[in-house]
Design a protein around this ligand. Structure first.
Ligand SMILES: [Zn+2]
Length: 151
């Protein structure tokens, strides 16, 4: 598995590997020139999810697959897709839901380099349904509904 940074035409270096749960493997690669990071999840569905966020892998975006539920709720490729959202502990901006203490603890167990993406998925899921607080029960429901086992 090789990743190429399209901007720099440089091969990205393997940086981090983690097991989010259920045997799903996640790996991150960083461009040594510009520092851009891509994360890859081995579960086919989750690989599609990464592609749906606009992450380019191997110099091109993975062919689109039906993923309306998630794609409809996730903004197109953002530079901070794999980083912690700014102002996590600050006042809520926009209409994004809040996180219960238990949900925050559960989120903290997600590997750091995909946590931002996972958090966004749950937040968008809740927002789209008019839910104001994310709880472990909601995370279970969303995970089952979206097929995000291990997140
Ligand atoms: Zn680069």
């Amino acid at each position: 598995m090789k990743f190429l940074c399209v901007e720099c035409d440089r091969q990205m270096a393997f940086e981090e590997r983690s097991l989010p749960g259920d045997g799903t493997l996640a790996a991150a690669f960083r461009c040594p020139t510009c520092g851009r990071v891509v994360a890859m999840l081995t579960n086919p569905y989750e690989t599609q999810l990464v592609a749906s966020l606009g992450v380019k892998i191997g110099g091109r975006t993975i062919s689109e697959q039906p993923l309306e539920t998630v794609r409809g709720g996730v903004a197109t490729g953002r530079a901070d897709a794999f980083e912690e959202g700014a102002g996590d502990a600050g006042p809520t901006t926009g209409s994004l839901p809040s996180w219960s203490l238990e949900a925050q603890e559960r989120l903290a167990r997600v590997p750091g380099f995909v946590r931002g993406m996972v958090k966004r998925i749950y937040a968008e899921y809740a927002r789209d349904r008019g839910i104001t607080e994310i709880t472990p029960a909601l995370m279970d429901t969303a995970r089952t509904e979206l097929g995000l086992e291990g997140m």
